[in-house]
Design a protein around this ligand. Structure first.
Ligand code: DGL
Length: 259
């Protein structure tokens, strides 16, 4: 048995922030990447449609990549479809959910922010995390879907729009005691430096990528060794993604065939 890669899935390029953490923890593991860029952004889509779409894309990507583990590197997908994915797929599935627990532990003031997609900030799953791990905190939930587009632009080398960044963050600064922000969308750590530069004060920015990499290392067995660039899959051809994916160790994207 030669094993297979760990497949990282997201709606777009956000999963690359998780790829970076996986490469740190598992430098010799083969990785593959799949994104549903034809239907980006997920955060503005309707739940029932999204579950069916995520199942369809992940099923196809798992089959074609012959992966041994699927990492759903998308909070919007994980907070909605993890159970359905685990039921449908025969490989282990690692999800990504907002890092509320570490953020609550890190905050000195007990005032934290959650920056995520519109879908993630209002999901029952997210409210459950807040209830379980940050019940004694004040949590400001901010939908920042425009930042998804900014991260996509960053990957292809376009300059970010300072006004979009500024406007997206404004609701966080209404609470002068807020000292910690959860980056609850995998696109956002790609913009960490830009976000930090736009903040009016020093902020702890917390994301889930290291925890996901740790969890993946625990559950992934039979992972093939890394030999050259990993395969990547998209649902819409876009030659502008090639160079950005190559920076993260992936070959030119192939169009994923969906049933
Ligand atoms: N990267 C995804 C997440 O972590 C969402 C981006 C989108 O809205 O498609 O939630």
């Amino acid at each position: 048995m030669s094993g297979g890669p760990i497949l990282v899935f997201d709606s777009g390029v956000g999963g690359l922030s998780v790829v970076a953490a996986l490469r740190e923890r598992l430098p010799r593991a083969a990785l593959a990447y799949a994104c549903d860029n034809a239907m980006l952004p997920y955060g503005l889509r309707e739940d029932a449609w999204l579950v069916a779409r995520i199942l369809r894309v992940c099923e196809a990507a798992v089959a074609v990549s012959r992966c041994v583990t699927l990492v759903v590197a998308c909070n919007t997908a994980s907070t909605l479809a993890l159970d359905a994915l685990r039921e449908r797929l025969s490989v282990p599935v690692v999800g990504t959910v907002p890092a509320i627990k570490p953020a609550a532990a890190l905050s000195r003031s007990g005032h934290i922010g959650l920056l995520a997609t519109r879908a993630t900030v209002s999901r029952a799953y997210t409210l459950g995390l807040i209830e379980a791990f940050a019940a004694d905190c004040r949590v400001t939930r901010v939908a920042a879907d425009a930042l998804v587009g900014e991260a996509e632009r960053w990957l292809v080398g376009d300059a970010s729009d300072p006004e979009v960044i500024r406007r997206s963050l404004v609701p966080l600064w209404e609470d002068p005691l807020l000292d910690t922000v959860v980056l609850g969308c995998t696109h956002f750590p790609l913009l960490r430096d830009v976000l930090a530069a736009a903040a009016p004060r020093e902020i702890h920015w917390v994301d889930s990528s290291e925890a996901i990499a740790r969890r993946t290392a625990q559950v992934a067995t039979g992972v093939a060794p890394r030999h050259g660039p990993g395969e990547s899959f998209v649902t819409a051809a876009d030659s502008r993604l090639t160079a950005g994916l190559a920076r993260f160790g992936f070959a030119e994207p192939q169009l994923l065939a969906l049933d």
